[in-house]
Write a protein that binds this ligand. Sequence first.
Ligand code: ADP
Length: 402
Amino acid sequence: MTGTATRVLVLNSGSSSVKYQLLDMRDSSRMAVGLVERIGEATSRLVHTPLAGGGERRERTGAIADHSAALKAVADELARDGLGLDSPELAAIGHRVVHGGLRFTEPTVITDEVMAEIERLVPVAPLHNPANITGIRTAQALRPDLPQVAVFDTAFHTTMPESAARYAIDVETADAHRIRRYGFHGTSHAYVSRATAALLGRDPSEVNVIVLHLGNGASASAVAGGRCVDTSMGLTPLEGLVMGTRSGDVDPAVTFHLMRVAGMSADEIDVLLNKKSGLVGLCGDNDMREIRRRVDAGDERAKLAFDIYVHRLRKYIGAYYAVLGRVDAVAFTAGVGENAAPVREAAIAGLEQLGLAVDAGLNAVRSDEARLISPQGARVAVAVVPTDEELEIARQTFELVQ
Ligand code: ADP
């Protein structure tokens, strides 16, 4: 590769969507961002926003049959802005891959052998890895000569000790089926824990951070000196915090109880716990803005949903305080964490004994910057740290291929 190739295309391929960003790694700036959604339907939609080259935001709707057609449409849009995939300035394509199992602890250049291993992990990530695989194959077909890199959501969590990673179930059964806690959102937890250390003006190796990634999916992690030691998601992203549509922790007996008394199938219970539970199951809404509006209007169901959400969050803050022993910072990130001041306030309220407090004035400030919301001189920093998974994927990809 020549020294002039400084661009990285980041692809996040979901089951019916592709999100993408083109970044210039000389200054980590974004050259274009966009998404294709409802792939395979008659009402597919592509939204493309060039940020370099002077082009305008473009949107088009109409059937896009599959991921291959979606990626070709993206390539066409990029080419219209002079940012095409055939550019010699493109250094690599970085793919978000959800499940890397135990094997992938680092970003990895994709070879046939790597693809085979990602495929072998499909049984533990049936909703995610197949879409990631399709995205990779399509990108490979478009630019067979270009390095393609997989950045795994699970990689950051592979440092968890066995005491945190293993479920207390029969070891032979667990090992035969690769059942253990893998954790997800790792790219975000890695980025945010490092950015939190930077906000404190310290090296990541010196600080212990509890990261609360609260988006539509939500997870907490305990990060000691830059290494993950525990995280709330497990074999799948279902475990842990209350999420937009996922239940988070439930007694596993709920599953066989529903099978026996309600005659539900495994697939039906899967849909119930992943898609119809969490905030949406509790009150019909999964958007925290709408839930707060309803709470403020005196809606009891919304209030209960909010309280259950916050109660679970506080349990994990307490648990990870104990796991870490010493905590330097608690960092809130993702859609809810970055924007919902009432969630941050309620999560930290009354924890002064742990050195944790939120300054109401600072907490009310809206900003895209990483910032402290704890009172001046607080023993433990409470921070809002916007996550940037695409930048992290681009960085890791670029570092690897350079
Ligand atoms: P995803 O998991 O899909 O990446 P995000 O991190 O973008 O999700 O978070 C989306 C969620 O963030 C929304 O469902 C909503 O609950 C919440 N959110 C976004 N903006 C706000 C806001 N201004 N106030 C409160 N919550 C918000």
